[in-house]
Design a binder for this molecule. Structure first.
Ligand code: ADP
Ligand code: MG
Ligand code: MG
Length: 208
């Protein structure tokens, strides 16, 4: 995938997140404070603007633009965490004009490690980690098995989706959902749902 295609793909992701505002708000209302959709839509509306204006495109510039914009404009704990997902993995990379499956695996693996260190959440704590970690593991397996970009992103989206759905079974150990105790069981985590939507749109984009 070229850096320009990568920019186009994340433009589609940004648009999808903006259009998912109502759905994410509804999810965060159940066991949170109902602002997740608003925060994501606001952040990704700005991402769309920045990506549209981005010149001198490299894969790393695309990731950096997405991450820094989320970090700067989303605010709150989850803005930092979603920023981390896009920034941490590319911070030490030279600019590339192309991205392959193994690069997605490496970049997101590094981001996941930083996310877990910063946020302290482990799998099963009912956070975005529950969707992100399976997606990263799936990308690593795809790289190992030399799968195509389509195969890899399709599988990663499915892994993120299953991970997000599994959060229904868990009690929350972070965020406002923690105070719901057992009453959070049965409800899907908002941040994990956003991760799934991001990977789903990446997959949909390469299949279109
Ligand atoms: P807030 O909880 O401040 O209202 P949002 O509603 O935007 O922020 O985001 C909530 C989401 O953030 C949760 O659904 C969860 O996935 C994620 N989250 C919260 N705390 C953590 C953490 N420590 N590590 C990873 N993800 C977290
Ligand atoms: Mg809030
Ligand atoms: Mg919230």
């Amino acid at each position: 995938m070229t850096s320009e295609e990568c920019r186009q793909m994340f433009l589609a992701v940004a648009e999808k997140m903006v259009n998912s505002e109502a759905m994410l708000t509804e999810i965060d209302e159940k066991i949170g404070d109902g602002d997740h959709g608003i925060g994501m839509a606001f952040g990704f509306r700005n991402v769309k603007k920045e990506l549209e204006e981005l010149e001198a495109v490299s894969v790393e510039a695309v990731f950096k633009t997405v991450g820094m914009t989320l970090l700067d404009t989303m605010g709150g704990a989850s803005g930092v965490l979603f920023g981390t997902i896009f920034i941490s993995g590319i911070s030490e990379r030279e600019p590339h004009q192309e991205i392959i499956v193994g690069d997605f695996a490496d970049i997101f693996r590094k981001s996941l490690d930083v996310l877990k260190k910063r946020g302290k959440a482990k799998p099963g704590d009912k956070t975005m980690v529950d969707a992100f970690e399976p997606a990263v593991i799936s990308l690593e397996e795809s790289a190992e098995n030399k799968e195509t970009m389509k195969q890899a992103l399709n599988r990663a989206a499915l892994a993120a989706r299953n991970g997000a759905e599994d959060t229904k079974k868990y009690r929350a150990r972070f965020g406002r959902a923690k105070y719901f105790g057992d009453n959070a069981i049965g409800y899907q985590d908002a941040g994990a749902t956003s991760i799934w939507i991001i990977f789903q749109e990446m997959s949909d984009w390469v299949n279109a």
